[in-house]
Ligand binder design. Structure first.
Ligand code: SF4
Length: 282
């Protein structure tokens, strides 16, 4: 069994200012969720936070911007941040997560040092229409194809527990598998009173079944990550999560919710006999 766990950290470099109506997202301005909203962080801050993430054991570092997709200003900013991080921090797989993107925009990010692009399919194509009316699932899928076309690594997963059916869950997994992403984040919905989706319809055992299915379909040579919702679903049951097939977790805070501290996660991993991976190619 592979006892190494790959750590990834997220930096929300532009937060909470999005006009789309995704019913699961506190960053939509339509729902007035009580979150921190800010324009671009300074490049210096982003670099310092990348150095800290690396010191905490992260091998992947994800630069996230709120909003439907990339525009000229955003792509320039992410490229600038990427170049600045690459100058100061070695051996950090840089991931951009900036919504829908064209081939040209993705190529530019790749030339600027970005290694990977994260774009989640979120849920099944059929259920997506119920939870988002301002853009189509097909745009999301196309962005993932664009990522592959330019030769960036693809990181693509979704969110479970948003009221979807078992068929939706299977359909989402099949769609993810069809893209053959290098890395797949599984998120479990975190309810927020401001959001239209009021509760999470997934149990720990159902989540474990999804992990096992994903592992079987995606294979052992891919990263399978549990990201948002880990602390809510798997607190105290992390070993079961890893035994089911997870080999990567997010450390630190998520986009708009707080995670366990990196020290707590390192202690948890040691306690159950896993090591923090020190190389992406280990
Ligand atoms: S497009 Fe992205 S940031 Fe905007 S509401 Fe949807 S999920 Fe949130």
């Amino acid at each position: 069994m592979n006892k190494e766990i790959f750590l990834c950290a997220i930096n929300n470099i532009l937060s909470g200012i999005c006009k789309e109506d995704c019913q699961f997202c506190t960053q939509s301005i339509r729902y007035h969720a009580d979150i921190e909203r800010y324009n671009y962080k300074s490049i210096d801050t982003i670099v310092q936070e990348a150095q800290q993430a690396k010191a905490n054991g992260a091998l992947g570092y994800c630069l996230v911007t709120a909003g439907k997709g990339l525009d000229d200003k955003k792509v320039e900013f992410v490229a600038k941040a990427s170049k600045a991080i690459k100058k100061k921090v070695d051996n950090l797989n840089l991931i951009a997560c900036n919504g829908t993107a064209t081939v040209e925009q993705l190529r530019y990010l790749k030339e600027s040092g970005i290694d990977s692009y994260n774009h989640n399919l979120e849920t099944s194509e059929a259920y997506y229409k119920t939870i988002c009316t301002t853009h189509a699932w097909s745009e999301r899928y196309q962005t993932c194809l664009n990522v592959k076309e330019v030769g960036l690594q693809l990181c693509s997963g979704g969110i479970w527990g948003m009221g979807e059916s078992d068929e939706d869950r299977d359909s989402l997994l099949d769609a993810i598998v069809s893209l053959q992403p290098e890395s797949t984040p599984l998120n479990f919905y975190i309810p927020n009173p401001a959001l239209p989706i009021k509760s999470r319809n997934i149990s720990k055992n159902e989540a474990l079944d999804i992990i096992k299915k994903a592992k079987k379909l995606l294979g052992n040579d891919r990263l399978l990550m549990v990201a948002g919702g880990r602390e809510l679903i798997f607190a105290g049951a992390e070993q079961a999560m890893f035994e089911a097939g997870v080999n990567s977790i997010v450390i630190g805070d998520y986009l708009t919710t707080t995670g366990d501290t990196p020290l707590k996660d390192q202690t948890m991993l040691e306690h159950i006999g896993y090591k923090v991976a020190t190389s992406c190619h280990g």
